[in-house]
Design a protein around this ligand. Structure first.
Ligand code: ADP
Ligand code: MG
Length: 261
């Protein structure tokens, strides 16, 4: 635990997260005691080999799934203390999610995909918000197209508009450019950063892309369900705390080989 824990801007705090899953006769420990914090407005990249537990961790942090042990506290609220309705309400109020596979509703237009969740939660300026966000991602002209009529990059931009429209304070993205070509992925990331800056949203992004990771304020490396190193620092603003932290049990090599900045 570092000295950032106590500052008032901590938006999410995860302690001792364990996730066990049944795997045939055996039990598989997918996450094995993960601690982390997310500060208001920061960008955190989660990196690690396939199967290291990145998606599982994101699901727990976003309150989409429950840990076997440990807890997540978002904006001072312990998720362990919430029932399913309470969880759903908190997610709706504070959390957005962007999936690798876009997950748009096929029988709704781009505009309806963004508008529907806003209307369901009773957002007052839902129509205006929707058109604003579709404009921000450059899809005003495509508003009435169905997902099947849009390219992968366009679908992911609709998904971004949908995720940002309710003004979440925390946005999770699980390999948001994993299904896009390089240039399209780049455009989607630029948009995500831009929206994040405008909205002051904290962004937690799982990625294999070192370019994406390089933009983050912190890079958290997972291996076999454990945090093996955390790199701090992106901009000169963060230079004074640019260092690698090696949690107990991790090899020093994993920290020094992935130097900061
Ligand atoms: P990553 O996103 O880093 O690739 P995941 O979090 O998706 O990793 O998965 C971590 C491990 O948990 C993998 O070994 C995966 O096979 C296993 N796993 C994930 N979901 C399930 C599930 N529902 N049932 C059984 N095993 C699972
Ligand atoms: Mg994954």
């Amino acid at each position: 635990m570092n000295d950032r824990t106590s500052v008032a801007t901590t938006l999410l705090l995860a302690r001792g997260l364990v996730k066990r899953l049944a795997s045939g006769e055996r039990e598989l420990t997918v996450l094995d005691g993960v601690d982390l914090e997310i500060q208001t407005g920061e960008t955190v990249a989660i990196l690690g080999p396939s199967g290291s537990g990145k998606s599982t961790l994101l699901g727990l942090l976003a309150g989409l799934d429950r840990p076997s042990a440990g807890d997540v506290v978002i904006d001072g609220v312990s998720l362990a203390g919430l029932d399913e309705d309470g969880l759903a309400l908190l997610r709706r109020r504070l959390v957005g999610f962007v999936f690798q596979s876009f997950q748009l509703l096929a029988n709704l237009t781009a505009r309806e995909n963004v508008l529907l969740p806003l209307e369901l939660t009773g957002v007052r300026d839902a129509e205006r918000r929707t058109d604003e966000l579709l404009g921000a991602v450059g899809l005003s002209e495509r508003a009435h197209h169905y997902p099947a009529q849009l390219s992968g990059g366009e679908q992911q931009r609709v998904a971004l508009a949908r995720a940002f429209a309710p003004r979440p304070r925390l946005l999770f993205a699980d390999e948001p450019t994993g299904n896009l070509d390089g240039a399209t992925g780049e455009r989607v990331l630029d948009l995500m950063s831009e929206l994040q800056r405008q909205h002051g949203t904290a962004l937690v992004v799982v990625t294999h892309d070192l370019e994406v990771a390089g933009r983050a304020d912190r890079r958290i490396h997972l291996r076999d369900g454990r945090v093996v190193s955390i790199e701090l620092g992106r901009s000169p603003l963060h230079a004074s705390e640019s260092r690698a932290i090696v949690p107990k049990g991790a090899t020093s090599e994993s920290a020094t080989s992935e130097s900061t900045l």
